[in-house]
Ligand binder design. Structure first.
Ligand SMILES: *Cc1c(COP(=O)(O)O)cnc(C)c1O
Length: 405
């Protein structure tokens, strides 16, 4: 399918280009030391990850350890309540550890093992990426250093405990605002010093080349399975698909299976409390072009051009930019990016729990809320939602903020 001059038949092979660009977005804006390290990963990715041995080992791990393929569930009662649109969810909440993040972490850490690395290094904000990394490192028997700001360590005690139980070393970052940005800088720095021995593993389709490509490719299993399963269940393609977008990894993998199809694709960003800067994290909607964390994309900036403070009720979505591929697909118009706020999200959180017996992650509830809104507009047809994770991690917060409705 040709869309806006781009041939989506060959898109996944041709994008990004060899320097990591999706159009003008992506690339690699880092020090020479780090560039040498990233080049080593890129080279390894194109040789090791394309080898039959790597592919068959990852395939076995997905089946025997992660519990893949995850199913698609038809939301019969919720669809019935809304009208004539049939709603379905791809169940990444049933992937081991309860979210999609393990899909790319298992791929990245398996690559580290094949490269002969002894240690993996990552940063984490809310702790979800840290937990997935700690899980993968434990599985492969590698050391694991997770850099985390002291403010986040205090806020995310259960995830810190999980990482420690899994044997990871949580490195406290105390300078600056002591949150995600400082943790990213500290992890990059530690990696640049020790890249012979270790591998850095990023948490989404962000950062310098090759990460946006590599993470998308590892997540593409979600889109491949979903397309095949949906066609198997219904005999046709969905009319629309929906995923939430923070950094954009669950969306990138899920979308990749449908880019070449006559399917409407929607990426949903968090509008939080409203449109004022600082009240949301809808970077593609309200941001401008800029470089942060080693890549060029669309980002939310403060008056000095630095990454702006952002907010979302879902801690996994409060990132001031999105992956370069999303910026590109947004510019092309192949994917429509829209927003949904906290209130609609929390309504959808309870709605899915009560009508279907599935408690979604608050991140994923953004996609559910948007799909409900879209279904009312469409009037007929089908929508497949990527349910990126389960809501167990959000219980304390929900009870504290909203009570039992
Ligand atoms: C981290 C997380 C997200 C957001 O990350 P993306 O890279 O945008 O997918 C979404 N859902 C869940 C459950 C998460 O843990």
């Amino acid at each position: 399918m040709i869309y806006n001059g781009i041939d989506f038949d060959t898109y996944l092979k041709n994008y990004p280009d060899e320097n990591g660009y999706f159009g003008k977005y992506g690339g690699s804006y880092i020090s020479d030391d780090l560039k040498a390290a990233m080049d080593e990963i890129t080279e390894a990715y194109f040789t090791i990850c394309k080898s039959r041995k790597f592919i068959s080992e990852l395939r076995r791990i997905r089946k025997e350890f992660q519990g893949r393929p995850t199913p698609i569930s038809y939301l019969e009662r919720l669809s019935g309540k809304i009208g004539n649109v049939q709603l379905y969810v791809k169940r990444e909440d049933l992937n081991h550890t309860g979210a999609h993040k393990l899909n790319h972490c298992m791929g990245e850490v398996l690559l580290a093992k094949y490269m002969g690395k002894k240690k993996v290094i990552a940063e984490t904000g809310a702790g979800q990426h840290g937990v997935a990394m700690a899980t993968a490192a434990a599985y492969f028997g590698l050391e694991c250093d997770i850099y985390m700001g002291s403010v986040d360590i205090k806020k995310q005690a259960p995830n810190v405990a999980r990482m420690k139980i899994l044997g990871a070393n949580v490195v406290e970052v105390t300078h600056g605002l002591a949150t995600l940005k400082e943790a990213v800088d500290a992890a990059f720095e530690a990696y640049a010093k020790d890249y012979k021995n270790s591998m850095y593993c990023i948490g989404s389709v962000v950062g310098p080349h090759p990460f946006p490509m590599m993470v998308r490719d590892f997540q593409s299993i979600v889109g491949i399975e979903a397309r095949e399963q949906f066609v198997g269940m219904t005999g046709e393609l969905p009319d629309a698909i929906v995923a939430c977008v923070g950094g954009g990894s669950n969306a990138a993998g899920f979308f990749s299976g449908f880019l070449n199809d006559p399917v409407e694709i929607y990426g949903v960003e968090p509008l939080g409390r409203g449109t004022k800067l600082g009240d949301h994290a809808a970077s593609l909607q309200y941001g401008t072009e800029g470089v942060m964390h080693g890549f060029n994309s669309i980002m939310l900036k403060d008056e000095n051009g630095e990454p702006a403070p952002v907010y979302s009720v879902a801690s996994g979505l409060d990132y001031p930019s999105s992956g370069p591929e999303h910026a590109f697909l947004h510019e092309l118009g192949r994917v429509k990016y829209d927003v949904i706020g906290d209130d609609d999200t929390i309504d959808a959180f309870f709605e899915l729990s009560r009508t279907e017996g599935i408690i979604p992650a608050i991140e994923s509830a953004h996609a559910v809320a948007y799909a409900i809104k879209l279904a009312k507009e469409m009037g007929k047809g089908s929508i497949l939602i990527n349910l990126s994770g389960r809501g167990d991690k959000d219980m304390d917060y929900i009870i504290e903020q909203y009570g039992i409705r």
